[in-house]
Ligand binder design. Structure first.
Ligand code: TXA
Ligand code: MG
Length: 321
């Protein structure tokens, strides 16, 4: 199959109506989209990504008014939706029967978001069905933040990539669930626990979605054997430990002096966590192509979107190894 990259939402809509799958831009990362109500399309998503079926998909709708078509809402969830949607925010809600079990991997809850990107908003408005869309990367690899990243991972497996430029947030959406008297933040992202707490006045606890965790550890090793090892922590100390190796460093603001053959990637010299988040995945992909021995990453400030940066780098420690 030939993979075409373009900006034609009519072509994207035409393919999606035929139960084909199409990569779409969002402000967080690119998604691999298909008709969420048709199992045939959803199966293609799992297939192209090589994603295990036990890992459920987020469904994307045009606006917050559409949420209640697919899920049962409550007062606090609606309050959060009004505050953070469209945006890098996903709500986990009790699902309605119209959502296929294949989308939720058998769970009675569905994850829903309203992406904030002009092309994808126009596309969703043109369709009369929601789009199931995981990040548009082969299972287990770094999420794509540009059309080129999508092409590198899925060329020949999908017919069309809707090119909406680089993703402006750069890390996947926050996933939140309202429970009696508290909020669970299942995945850190562009909307922080502080922001969620400020809107609804409830305590926010961190949960953990174990995405990308294979059923058996052995799978992981064979899957990522070609990737570089990544270690996160005190960089000067780690540099000392790995003296003599060719190293790529991922830092927030500091340009570390390194030996020849090593290189430092400063994600935001000005100290903007938003900018660092935007640069993170493209930098990880660049490093993965380099002729070096290992990657060292700093601990980022654990506030706001910095929490999401730390979370992704912590997981990369496992994935890159
Ligand atoms: O920013 C994003 O959320 C991007 C863009 C494309 O929208 N999507 C994304 O999808 O990151 P994905 O599939 O890579 O990550 C979705 C996460 C997975 O960890 C999945 O397990 C969890 O959301 N999830 C989805 N539906 C769920 C459900 N019904 N119950 C629990 N977890 C769910
Ligand atoms: Mg993903």
């Amino acid at each position: 199959m030939q993979t075409i990259t373009g900006t034609d939402i009519h072509e994207a809509a035409r393919l999606l109506r035929k139960d084909e799958i199409v990569a779409i831009p969002t402000e967080t990362v690119y998604g691999l989209a298909g008709n969420a109500l048709h199992e045939k399309a959803v199966l293609k998503i799992y297939g192209a990504k090589n994603r295990p079926r036990f890992n459920p998909l987020i469904i994307h709708v045009a606006d917050t008014a559409m949420i209640e078509r697919y899920a049962y809402t409550d007062a606090v969830s609606s309050q959060l939706a009004d505050a953070f949607m469209p945006g890098p925010f996903t709500l986990l809600l009790p699902k309605k029967d119209i959502v296929p079990d294949l989308v939720t991997a058998g769970s009675d809850k569905v994850a829903i978001r309203v992406p904030h990107h002009p092309l994808t908003s126009a596309l969703l408005k043109a369709l009369d069905f929601p789009l199931a869309a995981p990040s548009a990367n082969p299972f287990g690899y770094v999420s794509p933040t540009s059309a080129l990243h999508v092409l590198q991972g899925l060329e020949g497996k999908i017919p069309y990539i809707l090119d909406g430029g680089p993703s402006q947030v750069g890390v996947e959406s926050s996933i939140a669930e309202v429970l009696p008297g508290k909020i669970i933040l299942h995945r850190a992202g562009g909307i922080s626990a502080e922001m969620i707490g400020a809107v609804c006045g409830l305590p926010v606890e961190y949960g953990t979605i174990h995405e990308n965790q294979p059923e058996t550890p052995g799978q992981l090793k064979s899957h990522y054997a070609t990737h570089l090892p990544l270690y996160k922590g005190d960089v000067p100390e780690l540099l000392h430990t790995y003296q003599g190796k060719r190293i790529a460093v991922i830092s927030f603001t500091t340009n570390y002096a390194l030996q020849d053959g090593s290189v430092c990637f400063v994600l935001s010299p000005d100290g903007s966590l938003e900018k660092a988040a935007r640069e993170l995945f493209a930098t990880m992909r660049k490093i993965d192509q380099m002729d070096i021995d290992l990657v060292l990453a700093e601990d980022f400030p654990d506030t706001g979107i910095g929490r999401a940066i730390n979370d992704r780098l912590n997981r990369a420690q496992v994935l890159f190894k």
